[in-house]
Design a protein around this ligand. Structure first.
Ligand code: NAD
Length: 229
């Protein structure tokens, strides 16, 4: 592993107890960062789709140099015309509103300190739109736009905001999907394999570091050739 220098930096990773978030948290910690996890499955339990829970989690936390908005769910795999309205609202809330809420809470602290790196986890589904995953795809397209808007707003504040658009990675999120959907996602990847969580962590950690200094509002592809834009 190539080490980046996160000495003295404090990073918050949402959904950091498992999967991609855990790999990001591990790499940040191995590179010297103090890491705080905000996860439903953690102690204390933080629900990033709930502004009160975020406010509570921020109390007494001091400075935040890095925010990785990673928590997310897959939602059901059903055609759009059959997609339950409550499920649409749940997926949008957990995947998109949560990132808005965390940015809204943390960005002012970063702007005050004149330093910050925000990395939002989107998905190649947000660029391409996966069939039978309308809420997931729309939520991730929203994350891409959220990133572009906030990146422009904070471009002169010392706070850089970028997102990544991974192809499928074999994590516990697969338990929420149908086999047909997983096979579809794999079939779309020219490299012919799933991305490893450590590969995503490497890109996210660079975007979270001081080395990333002239990119903001950017959408960084990591889809094994699926999206060449
Ligand atoms: N695995 C993939 O194929 C893939 C591909 C592209 C993008 N992503 C995105 O990467 C992110 C992480 O996915 P993963 O595969 O590691 O999933 P995962 O299910 O392994 O982990 C998700 C984590 O988020 C937490 N979480 C869920 N809802 C939360 C909430 N309301 N508040 C706090 N924590 C919450 C869960 O407890 C869990 O620890 C998600 O945003 C996902 O959409 C995943």
């Amino acid at each position: 592993m190539n080490k980046l220098d996160f000495a003295g930096r404090h990073a918050i990773v949402t959904g950091g107890s498992a999967g991609i978030g855990a790999a990001i948290a591990k790499r940040l910690a191995a590179s010297g960062a103090k890491v705080t996890l905000w996860d439903l499955d953690g102690s204390p339990r933080v629900d990033v789709s709930d502004p009160t829970s975020i406010e509570k989690a921020l109390q007494g936390i001091g400075k935040v140099d890095v925010l990785v908005n990673n928590a997310g769910v897959a939602g059901q795999n059903v055609p759009t015309v059959d997609y339950p309205i409550e499920e649409w609202e749940r997926v949008l809330r957990v995947n998109l509103t949560s990132q808005f809420l965390c940015c809204r809470a943390v960005a002012p602290l970063m702007a005050k300190a004149k330093y910050g790196r925000i990395v939002n986890i989107a998905s190649v589904a947000g660029k391409e739109g996966n069939p039978n995953a309308v809420a997931y795809s729309a939520s991730k397209a929203g994350v891409i736009s959220l990133t572009k808007s906030l990146g422009k707003e904070l471009a002169q504040a010392g706070v850089l905001v970028n997102c990544v658009t991974p192809a499928a990675a074999k994590t516990a999120i697969f338990d929420q999907m149908t086999k047909q959907h997983i096979d579809y996602m794999l079939s779309k990847i020219p490299m012919g394999r799933f991305v490893e969580v450590d590969e995503i962590a490497a890109l996210v950690c660079w975007l979270a570091s001081e080395d990333c200094s002239f990119s903001t509002g950017g959408v960084f592809d990591i889809s094994g050739g699926r999206a060449t834009y």
